[in-house]
Design a protein around this ligand. Structure first.
Ligand code: SF4
Ligand code: FES
Length: 371
């Protein structure tokens, strides 16, 4: 089935919980959120971290939801460091106090990635659905700077806040961040529900690309800028996950092991849990991981394309969402027969007016608190 023997993964994303004080309308968590009672225990996660290190994982991204809602976060960081993993905390900052940050430092946390919902309190609090969140985040950023954690700022941009990109870059410098990830929203999960509210215009997408190119030249040596462009307006798709089952894996709060955060939207795939099987067996032998590994599964035009090992046909979950076929060429690709239709749909979404549908809490129905 595979064209090459799988190598071990480099990175693992541990979604410690789906609980989160924010309710961002582009959350990458699934629509069906895992309840707290179903989350892996402290001991389970510690075992999974050891299994990951034995498998060859080097970097562990501790994510959520909001990972700070786990009371055992410090214990988990310590266990991951003891296993030899480099630890990165992906957080909104809400739920972190100075005392907690110092405890995480003492536990060995290596790096923090702080999310930015907007560059003004009005924008950030509206997008996060959490009043006072922006002020809190600035305070957390200051504690992070004082303690000396290496910091990456992670700004998710969309039609409502793309004009704030220049200020987001300034904020990264002000906070002492070494890196900023400028990620135009990717339409999976909750974001897919919000395409009419969040889709950027083509002009916005082009302006963002111009601003990033200018800033990369101007800030060389000062700030690294990672950039995820607006792919509905692009000619070629992104190399999603670096290629399916090639460099990274996700573990969901209940222990389900996934090739990417949206993989459960592909209905025929069967996933396995770390409760039942060792991580290495799931990675190397699991049916879901082998389904789109390598290039053998590809259809035309990918199968005979010179870029097939460049982007691996784009994103399988996006092919599922837009073409109803996870083995299809990602419709973002200019060679896809669906590309022109996608372009037209992108323009239509960008011209639409819609309220935000916020992410709900685990176990709660989808809410629409558009104010
Ligand atoms: Fe990539 Fe497939 Fe498009 Fe070629 S045809 S550029 S492999 S998505
Ligand atoms: Fe699943 Fe891209 S999000 S392959």
């Amino acid at each position: 089935m595979t064209t090459r023997k799988a190598k071990p993964p480099i990175a693992m994303l541990a979604e410690l919980t789906h609980r989160c004080p924010l309710a961002c309308p582009y959350c990458s968590n699934p629509l069906e959120l895992t309840r707290q009672e179903a989350e892996l225990s402290t001991d389970d996660w510690c075992r999974v971290f050891r299994e990951a290190a034995d498998l060859g994982v080097l970097q562990l991204h501790l994510s959520g939801g909001e990972p700070a809602t786990r009371r055992d976060l410090e214990d988990l960081v310590r266990a991951a460091r003891d296993a030899g993993l480099y630890t990165n905390l992906i957080t909104s900052g809400i739920g972190l106090t100075e005392r907690r940050l110092r405890a995480l430092d003492a536990a060995g946390l290596d790096h923090i990635q702080l999310s930015l919902q907007g560059t003004t309190p009005e924008m950030a609090d509206e997008i996060g659905g959490y009043r006072g969140g922006f002020a809190r985040k600035l305070q957390v950023a200051e504690w992070i700077r004082q303690i000396g954690f290496p910091l990456t700022l992670n700004a998710v941009l969309h039609r409502r806040n793309l004009h704030q990109l220049p200020r987001a870059l300034e904020m990264a410098l002000d906070m002492g961040a070494r890196r900023i990830e400028v990620a135009t929203v990717q339409f999976h999960g909750w974001a897919l529900k919000n395409r009419d509210a969040l889709m950027p215009t083509k002009a916005q997408a082009e302006e963002a690309t111009r601003i990033v190119a200018e800033a990369r030249a101007r800030l060389k040596g000062q700030l690294v800028i990672d950039y995820v462009p607006a792919d509905y307006h692009s000619d070629y798709p992104k190399r999603c996950m670096g290629g399916w089952g090639s460099t990274g894996l996700n573990v969901a709060p209940d222990g389900m092991v996934l090739p990417c955060h949206a993989a459960q939207t592909i209905p025929h795939l069967r996933f396995e849990t770390v409760r039942d099987r060792p991580l290495a067996a799931i990675w190397f032998e699991g049916a879901a991981f082998n389904a789109y590994r390598g290039t053998d599964w590809m259809q035309e035009p990918c199968a005979s394309c010179e870029r097939k090992t460049v982007d691996f046909g784009g994103c399988r979950c996006q092919a599922m969402a837009l073409a109803r076929d996870p083995a299809a060429t990602d419709p973002v690709c200019i060679k896809s027969p669906r590309h022109l239709d996608l372009r037209a749909r992108a323009d239509a979404h960008a011209a639409a007016e819609a309220p935000l549908t916020y992410r709900s809490a685990p176990g709660k129905p989808v809410a629409t608190p558009a104010e």
